[in-house]
Design a protein around this ligand. Structure first.
Ligand code: DSN
Length: 415
């Protein structure tokens, strides 16, 4: 890293400041995590230099014998982690991978039945501002208005009414367990492709803290950088019957050259996720979320669906006199990083929103446990209760730094 500082001090300054921010902050963005130094070594390696369009053993460029070794490791480890017949580890990102699945399994103009974005879905699940809402007909199922959870009888009713070609489960802000088995059965009964987007919970699945989507689903998408704690990117897992269609949709359908340094980093992360320690990690992520959720509720916050079974929670701030945006900005002042989020039937626009989403994957990687979660809830609540008091906020920020200082991030990196 010494080279970068001397050759490009401007860029090095930004990177140094970001490292410092990550070290000092309490990171509660539910989709973020801290990769290992080994994952970063693969990401920042010479594997970047190679072109390898195609797949292991069938490349359109010479010199890929060692790239094949690396990509095959990623594929085999992914299959093992998720009980998959087939894995395509080339998707550059989750949005691309979802598009690739649609291209592989349904026709333009076909119908997708999903949970829409304001209720906890994702842009690529049919939002009108996204390709998915423009290329496909979209129908939605809803959260139950009382429990704010997914009601499988309602999903079945909607599937029978809409007769979609693809039934999609998997969410960006759903704090409960997803019933893949029932989703799979409903899809089968209405003749739809059963698809799960497990980007958020992939690490919990890999670590045994959430049920597996396969074999209930036909096809599964996950990003690799959230609870799974790998590099930014994605992959598609499926049954043998869809393997060819998926591979064709990824390359040459929608992508060109795979990013082989990132695929190597995926292999490293999957190797880490296969180790027994990763089970402890996944379990601790959920245990930490339970304590954080319990503590927030004890401090008078309403949580959508009344709690959490996974790594995240959605805090409804309407009764606390702050919007999601205000809370996000306020917490940023004391170096607690969260994102504002719509709550079901939110009266605010997405830019403002009435909630904040909190997740425990990143801080669990740093080693924080239940007692620190209680501390974090208190820090969040004290900041919200003292929103105009700059002196109080400054002292809270010092408390945040004292807490993160006890859990060093990347102590081996001197930048
Ligand atoms: N941006 C991701 C998240 O934060 O949940 C979803 O793509």
């Amino acid at each position: 890293m010494g080279k970068l500082r001397s050759l490009d001090p401007e860029l090095a300054e930004a990177m140094g400041l970001e490292l410092e921010r990550q070290r000092q902050s309490i990171e509660l963005i539910a989709s973020e995590n801290f990769v290992s130094v080994a994952v970063m070594e693969a990401m920042g390696s010479w594997l970047n230099n190679k072109y390898s369009e195609g797949y292991p053993g069938k490349r359109y460029y010479g010199g890929n014998q060692f790239i094949d070794m690396s990509e095959n490791l990623a594929i085999e480890r992914a299959k093992k982690l998720f009980n998959a017949d087939h894995a395509n580890v080339q998707p550059h990102a989750g949005s691309q991978a979802n598009m690739e699945i649609y291209f592989a399994t349904i026709k333009l103009g076909d119908k997708i039945l999903s949970l829409d974005l304001p209720k906890g879905g994702h842009l690529t699940h049919g939002s009108p501002v996204n390709f998915s809402g423009q290329f496909y007909k979209i129908a939605s199922y809803n959260l139950d208005s009382e429990t704010e959870q997914i009601d499988m009888d309602h999903v079945r009713k909607r599937a029978e009414e809409e007769k979609p070609q693809l039934l999609l489960c998997g969410y960006t802000v759903y704090p409960r367990i997803v019933d893949f088995k029932e989703f799979g059965e409903i899809a089968k009964d209405v003749g739809a492709v059963a698809m799960a987007d497990v980007a958020h919970i992939a690490g919990l699945i890999a670590g045994g803290a959430h049920p597996q989507p396969l074999p209930h689903m036909d096809v599964v998408m996950t990003t690799t950088h959230k609870t799974l704690r790998g590099p930014k990117g994605a992959m598609i897992l499926c049954k043998e019957g869809l393997a060819k269609a998926v591979d064709k949709a990824v390359f040459p359908g929608l992508q060109g050259g795979p990013i082989e340094n990132m695929i190597a980093a995926k292999a490293v992360a999957f190797g880490e996720a296969l180790r027994p320690e990763f089970k402890d990690y996944a379990k601790q992520v959920v245990a930490n979320a339970k304590v954080l959720a319990g503590e927030m509720m004890a401090l008078g916050y309403r949580l959508v669906s009344g709690g959490t079974d996974n790594h995240l929670m959605l805090v409804d701030l309407q009764e606390k006199g702050v919007t999601g945006r205000e809370a996000e900005q306020l917490l940023e002042k004391i170096d607690i990083s969260v994102n504002r989020n719509m709550i079901p039937n939110d009266p605010q626009k997405p830019w403002v929103a009435s909630g904040i989403r909190l997740g425990t994957p990143a801080m669990t990687t740093r080693g924080l446990k239940e007692s620190e979660m209680k501390e974090i809830a208190r820090l969040i609540d004290t900041a919200i209760a003292n929103k105009g008091d700059e002196a109080k906020l400054a002292s809270l920020k010092e408390e945040v730094h004292a807490l993160t200082g006890k859990f060093p991030l990347y102590p081996e990196i001197d930048f």
